[in-house]
Design a protein around this ligand. Structure first.
Ligand code: SF4
Ligand code: SF4
Length: 494
């Protein structure tokens, strides 16, 4: 399973949570820092008048009912306001007018969720501190290439499939490594990748059982997700994977049968659409919680077909809220077909992602939670930029990025059978320090707490440009999408 940079970035779980993004204006969770300020104000026996100002990490969008959606990238809060509330809220968020009604309920909410901060708050230092928290040692994320082979040959893939299933000494090494590290971990996140990971289900089983046992022993929270092409995902295998705590899936359908098959055929030839869809439909019978994100990759050659595919997807999966859609543009990522790929230009990509999301919501299909996750503090950072994250190849090689396997500075070292690692620390530092530390624009960006200049370190290395995510570039559209989804959910519940 291979496609663009944001696929990788959006699959990780955040390691530093201040609060979950929410569309509730009266959300009960509050920004801890803002709480402290409020408590300080009320418990101090000496009258202390706190001046408030809008956070530099706010973004906003006006929505169809003339209401307002607000987002703060440091607290992760998302809040919506009615048309009547909008004028008042906007006046408070106008610099210089933010201390007008400190006792108003909404004003208090804005403070609690970090949209307003006390005038003496050093927000840049807070962002720096958040960045340093990426070095915390109690959370780990491993991307495991259980096989580097694949049964598909998608026309836009950048992988070369040089190696097969994970070697037994690598499996032993991973088990030993996690056994040693678990004593000091609070969270372990595993992403099962390939090639096509379901070509090696026994490797997944063997490693999962070991990780789960060790995590239980040391009281470590364990999460697992998988990117699969879905061809071998029968109901029986799916239930086994759920037993192994793999409950978040990314599976690609690139349009109706004919269009999908022309882009995502079997190695050696053969269609794949019917089998994937039949597998997915059988999963609807499984009465357990899970999340299946149906990824739809688009470029100039299938864009029209993807628009007309939305009603078909709705008919197939719209009755089961565990299925959601995720639209992403195809990118040139170093594959052998890069020169001939009909990729959309940047403007079309930015426009079409959100147009497709909106059409899906209007048709009654939920959009993927990846979109909301990316707005969380640290949520837009690629795992390649996280010090405690590593990609492990099937032969035991260690990488930071899961795209540039052949790039010399991405080959960090290897894992040994006894669980010890050889890691080139200079290369590690290269991937983890190329963002906001060195980029003044990133330091001043409203999206800095989410991205930290590290949405895709590979893109920065290759182009010298800032790797802003689609979500940051079109933040108003993103907030509108989240609002539309929440309105659709509310009317479905009524
Ligand atoms: S650094 Fe590599 S893995 Fe991360 S987003 Fe960029 S291409 Fe993907
Ligand atoms: S890369 Fe772009 S979105 Fe990320 S912090 Fe820098 S300017 Fe902001």
């Amino acid at each position: 399973m291979a496609q663009d940079e944001s696929q990788h970035a959006s699959q990780q779980l955040p390691t530093y949570k201040l609060q979950q993004a929410s569309l509730e204006p009266t959300c009960s969770k509050a920004c801890p820092d803002s709480d402290k300020e409020t408590q300080h104000q009320s418990s101090n026996p000496v009258q202390h008048v706190v001046q408030w100002r809008p956070s530099r990490f706010n973004a906003q969008a006006q929505v169809d009912d003339d209401g307002l959606v607000l987002y703060n990238s440091y607290s992760g809060a998302i809040a919506s306001f009615s048309a009547e509330e909008r004028k008042r809220v906007l006046s408070w968020l106008h610099p210089g007018e933010a201390d007008m009604e400190p006792d108003h309920e909404i004003y208090k909410e804005l403070r609690e969720h970090g949209f307003l901060v006390s005038a003496d708050t050093d927000e840049l230092r807070r962002a720096q501190f958040l960045h340093q928290s990426m070095h915390q040692l109690d959370a780990m994320h491993l991307v495991l290439l259980v096989t580097e082979a694949c049964n598909f040959r998608c026309n836009y893939c950048y992988e070369y499939f040089p190696r097969g299933n994970m070697r037994s000494e690598v499996i032993k090494g991973l088990m030993a490594y996690i056994e040693q590290r678990a004593k000091t971990l609070n969270v372990l996140n595993i992403s099962w990748h390939g090639g096509e990971p379901l070509l090696a289900p026994r490797v997944i089983e063997q490693l999962s059982e070991s990780f789960i046992e060790v995590c239980d022993k040391y009281d470590v929270v364990y999460h697992a997700e998988i990117s699969t092409n879905g061809y071998y995902l029968t109901r029986e295998l799916f239930e086994q994977l759920l037993d192994l705590h793999i409950d978040r899936y990314m599976i690609t359908l690139d349009g109706p049968a004919e269009v999908h098959n022309a882009r995502r055929g079997l190695f050696g030839g053969g269609d794949t659409y019917e089998r994937i869809v039949s597998n997915l439909l059988s999963l609807k019978q499984v009465d357990r919680p899970f999340e299946i994100n149906i990824r739809v990759n688009f470029d100039n050659s299938n864009l029209e077909a993807v628009h007309s595919f939305i009603p078909e997807l709705r008919d197939l999966f719209g009755d089961d809220e565990r299925f959601a859609v995720y639209f992403r543009p195809v990118g040139c990522m170093g594959g052998e077909n890069d020169l001939t790929l009909p990729v959309c230009d940047a403007r079309t990509k930015d426009k079409e992602i959100w147009a497709l999301n909106e059409e899906a919501i209007q048709a009654g299909l939920p959009v993927s939670s990846f979109i909301k996750d990316i707005l969380l503090p640290t949520g837009a950072i690629c795992y390649a930029a996280k010090p405690n994250s590593m990609v492990v190849g099937s032969d035991g090689r260690l990488y930071k990025c899961s795209v540039a396997f052949e790039q010399e500075n991405n080959q960090l070292g290897r894992i040994h059978e006894d669980g010890t690692l050889d890691v080139d620390m200079d290369k590690l530092a290269l991937w983890t320090t190329s963002g906001e530390e060195t980029d003044a624009n990133c330091q001043a960006c409203f999206f800095r707490p989410s991205c930290q200049g590290n949405h895709c370190p590979l893109y920065r290395m290759r182009t010298g440009n800032r790797p802003c995510s689609y979500e940051k570039r079109q933040i108003k559209q993103v907030l509108r999408t989240i609002w539309l989804q929440s309105v659709a959910c509310e009317s479905a519940e009524q």
